[in-house]
Write a protein that binds this ligand. Structure first.
Ligand SMILES: [Zn+2]
Length: 221
């Protein structure tokens, strides 16, 4: 399936779902959506990613990965992720280079989304924009005049701003973070606490239940 220019691959590693796609002469296409299983660790997920990409493309031109966590972009290392517990520090960029023998770059997933939105003009090239992604957790990016403000590397982590100083403990080590109250994982926790039999752990199902008037789902919201 490779063509003259070859395929540039994109990998979006979220706390619940990982999405693979590539760009070729004809534009972008999503190839596969797989479940992220944080407890199995990064190497097993990489092995699954590798099988899918290798089946389609024997020589990727480049790979870019966005990952839900704090990223040291310069060294291509995942520093820490509240949604990928126990992954610890992981040299994601170098592992991608080793596996696919092509250039690779990694960034925080919300920043990766911002890069694309800046390129496509969805984020204005003047003024200040705040981008927030709602998923398993809450991601954030600050964009000023079309440029991402990285600060010392981790600016814009709105999901880990404290909204309740005496609130719930967060996987990031802090307490009362916004994402403990307003992301998909929080919705599931509220649903369980509302007295649900905890059979449903998919936020989409809980959302549908709320629309149908389910009392516990409405309480969770
Ligand atoms: Zn936090």
């Amino acid at each position: 399936m490779s063509n003259l220019l070859g395929n540039h691959w994109g990998v979006d590693i979220g706390g619940t779902t990982t999405i693979l796609g590539y760009i070729d002469n004809d534009g972008y296409r999503t190839v596969s959506t797989l479940q992220t299983i944080p407890s199995e660790g990064p190497e097993k997920l990489l092995a699954r990613i590798s099988r899918i990409i290798s089946n389609i493309d024997d020589s990727p031109v480049s790979i870019g990965a966005g990952i839900a966590g704090l990223v040291d972009r310069e060294n291509g290392v995942l520093i820490n992720s509240p949604n990928l517990v126990n992954w610890g520090k992981f040299p994601l960029r170098d592992r991608l280079i080793e596996m696919f023998r092509c250039p690779a770059v990694i960034d925080n997933d919300c920043n990766a989304f911002a890069i694309r939105a800046i390129d496509s003009g969805e984020i204005p090239s003047d003024g200040l924009s705040l981008l927030i992604t709602l998923g398993t957790g809450i991601g954030g990016t600050i964009i000023h005049r079309g440029t991402i403000l990285y600060g010392t590397g981790y600016a814009g982590e709105f999901g880990h701003m404290t909204v309740n100083a005496f609130g719930e403990l967060c996987q990031c080590g802090s307490r009362g973070c916004w994402e403990r109250y307003a992301a998909a994982e929080a919705l599931v926790q509220y649903f369980k606490r509302a007295g649900s039999d905890s059979e449903h752990t998919d936020p989409r199902i809980i959302t549908q239940l709320a629309k149908d008037g389910n009392e516990n789902a409405l309480k969770a919201f």
